[in-house]
Design a protein around this ligand. Structure first.
Ligand code: PLP
Length: 406
């Protein structure tokens, strides 16, 4: 299949190119020293991803430790309640060990770190899901673990902070700026610059310098590959549409990877937060322009000086002023449609899924559910598969405190 000149039959062999570019997006925009560190990681990954020992070890971990394959659930009551004629389904990444898709790439990244002889992993976290998954992987493989987290998110995601501490991770509080995800990434990069000989910085999404957008996508692609097969087995067909939320974009890229070459409409959902004013949302693909931050070129929300703009979302994991370079590329070529939902629509979806289906979704994933509910009205018939990237246990205290029980 070709879309605007991009050949999806042969897509994964072509993108990214050997310099880490998806069209004009991606690349490696960091100091010469860190460039060397990225080259070392890339070389190790290129060797290891073809090694049958690495592949079978990762498969075994996924099956026996993580709980893969995760199921697909048919949302019968929610579909009936909407009454649109469209059937909604969710890929249950919330049922992974540690409660979200993040463990898919963390086990891969830390297994790679172990093969490379590293002693420590460094990571940033927003919602705490990547931090918990990384702390879990570090405990599993016996490596030290430093997690950088903004003060605002430490308060908002207290249950995950406790989990990381119990798992033996060292939490480094980041207090500067808005003290959320962007600042946590800044601080983790700064620490990595001093420690790259013994440590590896395991980036938590399809962002950062090459090879991370490719590597994290590859580790996450298990979601889309499994989902495609399961959905066909369950219904005899492919879904008409696939929907996933986009922060950095790892759960969406993993899911889309299974369907890029199919006649399936793909939707990435960004957080509109409180509204369209700069500072009130984090919809970088929708409202951003080309720019470099955290070592990669992508679409980015900028302030009046061209620096990353302050962003906001009810979901800590979506609260980031850019998105992965591959999403920017898929956005420009038109293969994926990117759209937004706001905080209120998200909360409504959060409660609907809990009350009608008995599933409490992560507030990040609730964005995808909210969008699918709107899309169902537009479509009028067919099937939508949503990537339910995580479970909402981490969000319950915050939601009840801020919004009350509805
Ligand atoms: C449950 C969940 N979904 C989605 C995200 C957003 O990340 P990404 O866009 O990389 O999937 C996060 C980030 O913390 C998360 O915890």
């Amino acid at each position: 299949m070709k879309v605007n000149g991009v050949d999806f039959d042969n897509y994964f062999n072509q993108y990214p190119d050997e310099k880490g570019y998806f069209g004009k997006y991606g690349g490696v925009y960091i100091t010469a020293e860190l460039k060397e560190a990225m080259e070392e990681i890339n070389a190790a990954y290129q060797t290891i991803c073809k090694s049958s020992k690495f592949i079978s070890e990762l498969r075994k971990i996924r099956k026996e430790f993580q709980g893969r394959p995760t199921p697909i659930s048919h949302l019968e009551r929610l579909s009936d309640k909407l009454g649109t004629g469209v059937q909604l389904y969710v890929k249950r990444e919330d049922l992974n060990h540690t409660g979200a898709h993040k463990i898919n790439h963390c086990m891969g990244e830390v297994l790679l770190a172990k093969y490379m002889g590293k002693k420590k992993v460094i990571a940033e976290t927003g919602a705490g899901q990547h931090g918990v998954a990384m702390a879990t992987a570090a405990a599993y493989f016996g490596l030290e673990c430093d997690i950088y987290m903004g003060s605002v998110d430490i308060k908002k995601q207290a249950p995950n902070v406790a989990r990381m501490k119990i798992l033996g991770a060292n939490i480094v509080e980041v207090k500067h700026g808005l003290a959320t995800l962007k600042e946590a990434v800044d601080a983790a990069f700064a620490a990595y610059a001093n420690e790259y000989k013994d440590a590896i910085y395991c980036i938590g999404s399809v962002v950062g310098p090459h090879p991370f957008p490719m590597m994290v996508r590859d580790f996450q692609s298990v979601v889309g590959i499994e989902a495609r097969e399961q959905f066909k087995e369950m219904t005899g067909l492919l879904p008409d549409a696939v929907v996933a939320c986009v922060g950095g974009g790892s759960n969406a890229m993993g899911m889309f990877a299974g369907f890029l070459n199919d006649p399936v409409a793909l939707y990435g959902v960004e957080p509109l937060g409180r509204g369209t004013k700069l500072g009130d949302h984090a919809a970088s693909l929708q409202y951003g322009t080309e720019g470099v931050m955290h070592g990669f070129n992508s679409l980015m929300l900028k302030d009046e000086n061209g620096d990353p703009a302050p962003v906001y979302s009810v979901a800590s994991g979506l609260d980031y002023p850019s998105s992965g370079p591959e999403h920017a590329f898929l956005h420009d070529c038109g293969r994926v449609t990117y759209d937004v939902v706001d905080d209120e629509e998200t909360l409504d979806a959060f409660y609907k899924l809990a009350r009608l289906e008995g599933i409490i979704p992560a507030i990040e994933s609730s964005h995808a559910v909210a969008y699918a509910m709107k899309l169902a009205k537009k479509m009028g018939k067919g099937a939508i598969l949503i990537n339910l990237s995580g479970r909402g246990d981490k969000d319950m205290d915050y939601i009840i405190e801020k919004y009350g029980v509805r």
